[in-house]
Design a binder for this molecule. Sequence first.
Ligand code: SF4
Length: 365
Amino acid sequence: MPKADPVPASAAKPADLLAWYGRHARTLPWRVPPRARGRGRGRGAAPDPYHVWLSEIMLQQTTVATVGPYFVRFVERWPTVEALAAAPRDDVLTEWAGLGYYARARNLHACAQTVAGAHGGQFPDTEDALRALPGIGAYTAAAVAAIAFDRPAAVVDGNVERVMARLHAVTDPLPGSKTALKALAASLTPSERPGDYAQAVMDLGATVCTPRRPKCPLCPWRPACHAHSAGIAGELPRRAPKKARPQRYGVAYWVTRPDGAILLQQRPDRGLLGGMIGMPTSDWLDVPPDPAAQAPFAADWRALPGIVQHGFTHFRLDLTVVVAQIDDPDVPDAIWALPDALGRHALPTLMRKVVRHAFAHTGRA
Ligand code: SF4
């Protein structure tokens, strides 16, 4: 294994970043701005842990711009963690539709129920106790502990990794350098205002130390930044070449009744898109499956031209859509939806692609 390049110490000061944050903090619907928050725990307005947790779960793999309207809708509909816990899970999944990664929505609901039940509606305030809750990993536990409870936790997302890599001129590529970048982030985290500090580093990464063309002249840490002084800021962080995602194949079954209603079914809880509603599908295999062999029942299946392509995190999927009309509506666990009513179901993105493809080729809707 090649030896890691030595990392020069940085003279960056958290206080300089906090002063910058006081002037340039982004306005976000879940955030208590630094001026309102005041200096330190117990002074000034406190963030609502429910809002912090909800926003952090929503922000995983999704942008701030996308999450904003979802967050506002969620807290209008379910103003407290107890209200969210008491909601039917299907309502939560429906509101979540479009944010992807539905296992997160299921865990969100399970976590709300645990906090409302076992914790009396109060989120625990330490990283360890937060990590014990459903759907909360190391990053989210650190973010909630820091932002909601002002614990000096090292909160390291992609923005923070980029800032640390540049500040210290870490030239070893990600993901191998993750541990080193986390240690650097931890060493800079202050005990004074750690919640504001965590949000300040994220904001710096999102608005100034951007992936392409960092705006170094606007950066409060420029005098201490090794990548800037070496002229390599735009090249960092380096990344190891990505492995190609494997290709899988499947079949989606577009079944209609004589009145035009379309067959939907709820998928099993476990597995990708677990618990979500959609058209029946085959297994997703390394080779294209035989549509008739995997069909939910025997019918006169006809393949539509073209395919539906979708990218999951770990593989790419090509779906062939086959259609059949059946007269006998007696299909176990069927949910029949007329075309105009499809929008009332929380269809995941893949299933919405199947709907568009089927309508485009069958001339309906
Ligand atoms: Fe990023 Fe430039 Fe600031 Fe360094 S000086 S932390 S590269 S914005």
